[in-house]
Design a protein around this ligand. Structure first.
Ligand code: SF4
Length: 473
């Protein structure tokens, strides 16, 4: 598939409801699992409150009319009624902030932080709302799709965030390659002096929260610092949409937009499903998208989320408020138990996920290194000191060589993958990237040598220096 085709061919569908039991997880957010407020046998409607926070968290609502089948420690199972109404139970009227909180909205870019807490920023008339429309993970389309087809509610949602947080400016951060979305934004904000847009390059991880702050505001935050330090709130574009729905339609959060893509019958174009009821199974969405193309060699794995930050999942798992994608990958290469080094990034897979991939590659993990900017945090996770700007990788490659590795599996950002390639192959190391099996399945160039500029001209009509990429590069 040529580059323009890769970005422009896709299908859009609205999934009203697939008639199967819905599994609504009690933990769909940062914080503790919610507590159920329903019991087996209860009748529920779309929008019935079924679980409430137990500490940090967000309300959870039924995404269908039906009956509670069972309440388990981690989920509520709902059997949908044969007849479904288009209507839903409305949330109580209140202040805009109260409505966002009650609606149970969480960060839909994947983080799942309760939105009502995040946007209660008290900027007092001086601050930024940075709308993250970067669609950072390769191959996904659902955020951009909304901006191409119906951007107005997203812009209204961003304005509500500006009002609630006390900010005085909004900046839409969007990749320059998404021309139609950018043109829509430009048209709609032409007479809005408080709103502007910033064009991002098509490199990973442009959607990392601190990368958005750095690109839009020129402020480099430390790994331990939140955007609040730069007087900014970073909010995902779908989250803005759900905020507008909560305030204008008193609609609770029980729907999610999702991209389904990969090794599917009918081709590897993106299937964008809008307003999918939370609790729908991965398998039923894959079936809706055509079903898995088993080919002659089967498939590799199913990823819930993007290829960088997602995890392997089972076909009967449910989607949540934070699920952005389901990717069916190509089969794994067989490394025949050869020695493999793992190079872990802070903005992609963690060590556990990389070990999972190493096992699927049948590699013998002989060495583990971290990117030098992947700084360990107090809670044991890692955050990048300067997301997307490589500190150099020669010393890690030398370590892999010393440890006798034949292959290295890297999880690095675009810039660091480029740097690994500058020395690794010369040392005789064969380079694999954690996203390879997914990128082959969706027809995206592999993460190896960087061929796009790290900065783009802010004029949409200026063509930046981009080399044609080869999907097998
Ligand atoms: S600089 Fe290192 S830690 Fe940061 S995004 Fe790139 S690979 Fe990850």
């Amino acid at each position: 598939m040529s580059a323009p085709d890769f970005y422009n061919k896709f299908f859009v569908e609205r999934v009203i409801l697939i008639m199967e039991d819905l599994q609504i997880l009690l933990r769909q957010h940062v914080g503790k699992p919610c507590k159920s407020v329903v019991k087996a046998g209860d009748t529920v409607k779309r929008g019935t409150l079924i679980a409430v926070p137990d500490g940090l968290g967000a309300n959870i609502f039924s995404s269908a009319d039906g009956t509670v089948k069972e309440v388990l420690s981690d989920k509520i199972v709902i059997t949908p009624s044969e007849k479904q109404s288009e209507d839903y139970i409305k949330i109580p009227e209140g202040s805009k902030l109260d409505m966002v909180k009650y609606a149970g909205i969480v960060g839909m870019g994947g983080a799942g932080f309760p939105t009502g807490i995040k946007i209660d920023a008290k900027f007092n008339g001086s601050g930024y709302v940075l709308v993250n429309a970067s669609e950072c993970e390769p191959g996904l389309r659902h955020n951009i799709q909304r901006l191409e087809e119906n951007p107005e509610p997203i812009i209204r949602g961003a304005k509500y965030v500006m009002e609630i947080s006390g900010a005085d400016k909004i900046i839409f951060a969007v990749k320059k390659k998404n021309r139609k979305a950018v043109e829509n934004i430009d048209k709609l904000i032409a007479n809005e002096p408080a709103i502007s847009r910033f064009l991002l390059p098509d490199i990973y991880p442009m959607g990392e929260e601190r990368a958005v702050v750095r690109e839009c505001l020129g402020i480099e935050l430390k790994p331990s610092e939140l955007p609040m330090v730069a007087k900014a709130v970073v909010i995902n574009s779908e989250t803005c949409l759900r905020i507008a729905e909560a305030i204008e339609q008193r609609k609770p959060s029980f729907l999610k937009d999702i991209t389904v893509r990969g090794q599917l019958n009918g081709g590897n174009e993106a299937h964008v499903f809008e307003d999918v009821p939370v609790g729908t199974s991965v398998g039923s969405l894959i079936e809706k998208a055509g079903g898995i193309d088993e080919g002659t060699c089967g498939y590799g794995e199913i990823i819930m989320g993007g290829a960088f930050t997602g995890r392997a999942c089972k076909i009967d798992e449910p989607i949540t408020k934070t699920t952005g994608a389901i990717l069916v990958t190509r089969p794994f290469l067989d490394l025949h138990n050869e020695k493999l080094g793992l190079l872990v990034c802070a903005c992609g897979a963690n060590l556990e996920r990389m070990k999972d991939l190493a096992a699927k590659y049948n590699g013998n993990v002989a060495s583990v290194c971290y990117c030098h900017q992947a700084e360990e945090q107090k809670n044991g996770t890692r955050k990048c000191e300067r997301p997307g700007n490589c500190p150099g990788q020669v010393s890690n490659n030398l370590q892999f060589k010393k440890d006798g590795c034949k292959y290295i599996l890297i999880g690095n950002c675009s810039d660091c993958s480029n740097t690994v390639m500058a020395s690794g192959p010369k040392m005789g190391l064969k380079v694999l990237h954690i996203t390879d099996h997914a990128m082959r399945a969706v027809g995206h160039p592999l993460y190896r040598t960087l061929r796009v500029s790290k900065k783009v001209d802010q004029d949409l009509n200026v063509v930046d220096n981009v080399e044609q990429e080869n999907p097998e590069n």
